[in-house]
Design a protein around this ligand. Structure first.
Ligand code: IVH
Length: 668
């Protein structure tokens, strides 16, 4: 057989074996045989670069060459569902559907509500062409390269009965088993744990390194088909077809005709879901017929033809053994309950947050108490009650730590605040590490070649004690025994490149308490250089629109601390941007001065972020919600109906892209 034909045959076979293994759980060949076929294909593809195909089974391994995610507009907005919490509310929804359909008969599709992150997949001529996250429902991130590594998502469809173009939506999940293994590894490596499989899946899918995504063994269930030429009017029927094309569709899905059957479905899965390999947090009910769905329509946020029923949180009783205290990067100290391990909603629980001192007091918590722990929508367990009847009469009440468990400094609790802080911000290890991690993060100096683990390592070896030390690192110091020259150079180059990061992000990167991205921008634009910012008085600061007294005080405190001034001076010496660039100064106008502008909808000519930047460049302010103070709304297509209504009610002007561009002097 010629090699081209063999490539095609191997691809077909490997797709099939992959489907049998990851979707049907019924492999027909051994792992070794699978690997042999894969190697053969890899070898042939290398010999025939003209046959390259992003949907080849060999592409499932991913690569670490990711850049930024591209933002893509959803063809159909991704809405959420309204929630119900008891059968009464389900009955009310059922009645409203009946009324909405004028008494017509209808069927309901009952499904699991998967607790992962939603994804929209587009297929053209049987090939996966795009995978986009939900984002804000209107636009999401293009994560196709990462999604290609998820084995249960077909890259090429089976058969030939699928529409030439369609979207299918579903949930990306990290199975419980994988989640537990991952967290166990992280615990060993002293890395921060993921709170739940959803966060772990989300963190994984947002990684720029698709090879890492491939190693995390994500799974995907699909539950919603959209398109112009779907096979049937029935949602349930369409999904059964989709299963034949190769998608993983829940086997537990049922189509029913009465409220009673819905209740039975709920009762069954409320118990049975504990045996599922992935996290679920409820049931989804959908009117099955698409023409009935259209007749029922949507409210501002969600369809009238579907609802979610959320399972009640699971609760267990266990014993409080000890309370420990964790110090975060801002110095905030959180009390943590260490408990006798107990099985709860899929995982073994032995720790729960106790929030703060008032929380501990409200339960009058004693060591050795029997406590009730619950897992709600968030899978981080929380203590919801104490079984005081079983308290040992000699039990010792839990008290809050008086000194920092990390550095021994006496803790402070500011007046009117619930949180204790360790005030030793320049000498307390987690705070120092946290500040450096913030400094290198994407929205700050964006030093991608460094990560929290590396920072931790450098800190432990005494290589960096503050952000300025980063700029002293040279390749020799970090290339280990000499074998890591390449990665060492990449790190040093990344640090060097950060010297070009604009001034406003440098201000943000300093990590001044309460100075987020927006405030940092305001400060940078107002003072234009670091000297003026360092010399700012309280009066000057509070006169800036958008800066209140608390933030102003925090800025002053920061620049009146000797240690901080020294760091800033060192950063200046190393060549970081300490003033607005000439370009920024030149391009800044006051055309939108004093205006508050809301952005809404999908745009053709520029991205949302670009419009945001243009508003700021021209002296305006961008905010999220419409109020009487809004000067106008910059609206693209598909502006949300609730926003539209609000704008009309308040008489706020709506202008389109072209009008806006003309307003700031750009010819269209
Ligand atoms: S249907 C217009 N079906 O729940 C309806 N969603 O709050 C589109 N979800 O964003 C969604 N399991 O991420 C649907 N069987 C299921 C689901 C499901 C989980 C998620 C989805 C959605 C959210 C709704």
């Amino acid at each position: 057989m010629d090699e081209i034909k063999r490539i095609e045959q191997l691809r077909r076979e490997l797709h099939e074996h992959n489907h049998r293994y990851y979707v049907e759980n019924q492999p027909t060949i051994s792992d070794m045989e699978f690997d042999a076929l894969m190697h053969e294909l890899q070898r042939l593809e290398t010999a025939h670069p003209e046959m390259a195909d992003p949907n080849s089974p060999t592409q499932r391994v991913g690569s670490d060459l990711g850049g930024e995610f591209r933002q893509v507009a959803h063809r159909y907005p991704m809405l959420s569902l309204s929630n119900t919490y008891n059968k009464q509310e389900v009955a009310e929804w059922y009645d409203s559907v009946k009324r909405g359909l004028g008494g017509e008969d209808f069927e309901v599709s009952c499904e699991m509500k998967y607790d992962g992150l939603s994804i929209s997949l587009t297929y053209e001529n049987g090939q996966l062409v795009r995978a986009v996250t939900r984002g804000d429902g209107v636009r999401g991130d293009d994560v196709t390269a990462n999604v290609r590594t998820i084995r249960s998502i077909p890259l090429v469809l089976t058969g030939d009965e699928y529409p030439s173009e369609f979207e299918i939506r579903g949930e990306i999940l990290m199975p419980w088993k994988v989640f537990e293994r991952l967290n166990a590894e992280r615990e060993k490596a002293e890395e921060p744990l993921f709170a739940n499989p959803r966060n772990a899946a989300s963190g994984t899918l947002k990684s720029q390194n698709s090879a890492l995504v491939a190693s995390r063994q994500l799974d995907a269930y699909l539950y919603y088909l959209l398109g112009e030429q779907l096979p049937s009017d029935g949602h349930y029927e369409n999904l059964q077809k989709a299963r034949k094309w190769g998608f993983k569709v829940s086997e537990g899905m049922r189509k029913v005709k009465s409220l009673e059957e819905i209740y039975n479905f709920i009762d069954y899965w409320d118990v049975e879901r504990k045996n599922l390999p992935v996290a679920t947090d409820g049931i989804v009910l959908k009117v099955n017929s698409q023409h009935q769905q259209r007749n029922l329509g949507f409210t501002a946020k969600s369809p009238r033809w579907a609802i979610a029923y959320k399972f009640k949180a699971e609760r267990e009783r266990t014993r409080l053994l000890e309370v420990s205290f964790q110090v975060g990067r801002t110095g905030a100290v959180t009390p943590v309950a260490n408990m006798e391990p107990v099985q709860l909603a899929g995982t073994v629980v032995k720790r729960a947050t106790l929030n703060n001192e008032d929380f501990i007091r409200s339960f009058d918590l004693h060591l050795g108490d029997y406590v009730f722990v619950e897992k709600g929508g968030e899978i981080i367990p929380k203590i919801v009650g104490v079984d005081t009847d079983n308290r040992d009469p000699d039990a010792i009440p839990v008290t809050f730590a008086e000194i920092c468990p990390e550095c021994g400094t006496p803790l402070v609790r500011y007046e009117g605040e619930a949180i204790h802080y360790c005030p030793n911000d320049t000498g307390c290890p987690p705070q120092i590490r946290g500040r450096i991690e913030h400094f290198i993060s994407r929205k700050a100096m964006n030093i991608e070649s460094l990560g929290p683990e590396t920072i931790d390592d450098y800190y432990r070896h005494g290589l960096v004690k503050n952000v300025a030390d980063l700029y002293d690192i040279d390749v020799q110091q970090i290339n280990g025994d000499g074998s890591r020259e390449k990665s060492a150079r990449k790190i040093v180059d990344g640090i060097e490149a950060s010297k070009q990061v604009p001034f406003e992000r440098v201000v943000f990167a300093l990590g001044i308490r309460l100075v987020g991205e927006t405030t940092a921008k305001l400060l940078a634009r107002h003072f234009q250089n670091i000297d003026k910012l360092m010399a700012a008085t309280l009066d000057e600061l509070t006169h800036i629109d958008g800066i209140g007294e608390v933030v102003a005080k925090s800025v002053i405190t920061y620049f009146h601390t000797q240690n901080n001034v020294e760091i800033v001076e060192r950063l200046r010496k190393y060549g970081l941007q300490m003033s607005l660039s000439q370009e920024q100064l030149d391009s800044h106008t006051e055309l939108l001065k004093g205006m508050t502008i809301v952005i809404s909808g999908v745009f053709q000519k520029h991205s949302r972020d670009e419009y945001k930047a243009m508003i700021e460049q021209n002296g305006g302010k961008n905010t999220g919600s419409i109020s009487a103070k809004t000067s106008f709304i910059l609206a693209g297509e598909n502006m949300g109906p609730s926003k539209l209504q609000k704008a009309e009610k308040l008489g706020v002007n709506i202008i389109n892209e072209d009008q806006f561009l003309e307003m700031i002097g750009i010819k269209v």
